[in-house]
Design a protein around this ligand. Sequence first.
Ligand SMILES: Nc1ncnc2c1ncn2[C@@H]1O[C@H](COP(=O)(O)OP(=O)(O)O)[C@@H](O)[C@H]1O
Ligand SMILES: [Mg+2]
Length: 505
Amino acid sequence: MSATLRFDNIGKVFPGVRALDGVSFEVDAGQVHGLMGENGAGKSTLLKILGGEYQPDSGRILMDGKEVRFPSAAASIAAGVAVIHQELQYVPDLTVTENLLLGRLPSAFGWVNKRGAKRFVQERLAQMGVDLDPNARLGRLSIAQRQMVEICKALLRNARVIALDEPTSSLSHRETEVLFKLVRELQADGRALIYISHRMDEIYELCTACTIFRDGRKVTSHPSLAEVKRDTIVKEMVGREITDIYGYRPRRQGEVRLAVEAVEGHGLAAPASFSVRAGEILGFFGLVGAGRSELMRLVYGAEKRRGGQLTLDGAPTDVKSPTHAIRQGIVLCPEDRKEEGIVAMASVAENINISCRRHELRAGLFLNRKKEAETADRFIKLLKIKTPSRRQKIRLLSGGNQQKAILSRWLAEPDLKVVILDEPTRGIDVGAKHEIYNVIYELAERGCAVVMVSSELPEVLGVSDRIVVMREGRISGELARGEASEPALLELALPQGGRAAREAA
Ligand SMILES: Nc1ncnc2c1ncn2[C@@H]1O[C@H](COP(=O)(O)OP(=O)(O)O)[C@@H](O)[C@H]1O
Ligand SMILES: [Mg+2]
């Protein structure tokens, strides 16, 4: 039997980068094929070729043994392929229904039969367990909801080959469960699926086979994932052995730098208090939606506080706005780095320097191009940002490398006292995570108070000196590094009496 989908010797070069170099592998019907590799390894490029967005420079794609050509996205869709891209493109003004039926109209329903279309969409969404108003405009939806709409679209088209590029990086636990259920149904239905993720747990949970990329080349394909150890995969991706990705370094702590007392406001169910010392890394664990990001935004002045008191280095302070916070040496690197932070048309160097620039311009200093170039090069090297040069437009970098560039922006800030990092390693590969943890330790060693919000249990446990846990808008407990364990943190994080949730976690 011939494979449903086969990549044969695919190559693709961009100016200054060989994104893919002779890649071949096959995906069978009824298979969920994991695609793994560090940021910039070429995974998204391959899916863009499959989706008809890019043309390969060499090689062929075969479906059921026959060569297919996708000169456009429409051609790929017509051949029964659905690619759900990492960076979702969407028209903010379209409604959910209009978007879902895009490209199907008028054959299936005709514009006239909008009511029929809406009913159809409503039924499908309900079936998928997705709670969405078919009339909602896409611009008003969360990233997760937009992602669900894209997946619905693939289902509606009855695609035979479905490829998902890091679909869970912005999904909550529950949304991820919904997605997994869907993927399994599609698999049972005999579709061929490609699944890209940096999360090893997900790969092992969902995928039967997997292929590993490094620097645009295929390292290997594992036809049966069950027999492969995680360490082997990490080594194949990174090209070296990483025994302890956290590499925790204990250090001396100083006085309390930031004390937050009884802060109240949007997203919190009760007044919240915590403090963090100079040189300390304070982890904030909780399920998505527990109120951690909201609390940090209140501390940072990005959201209005209704009450409470902040103390910085022993003196009361009112952080009125993010600008005010930055001026006092408090920075917050937000969770949605891309949405909030990227200047797409600017270069990597400009994106890294943006926040230093703000400082210096305010202080009436001239731009120091040489210094900026040095800072950019330092972080490109430190975090292994994959780019032909610091002058490359940031939007041409792979998703994870954009994340790294934006994270550098905060880490490059001078005279930091308090650094709040919200999900600092989301969407970032193992090798780069390791580098980011090192930057975090360095910040703390320099005397910064670091707050790290993370939903990844092993990361919180691996990096923090102390861990605060939030549940349903309130702080539910605190554990020192020595007393923290996975069960102890989950106990504090899961809704009380929520047995189902406990099992799901
Ligand atoms: N349109 C483009 N122009 C220039 N370089 C690109 C473009 N798209 C991707 N690249 C480069 O190709 C390489 C592979 O990127 P990508 O396929 O996005 O990696 P991955 O998805 O594995 O993280 C990266 O070095 C990236 O910067
Ligand atoms: Mg990618």
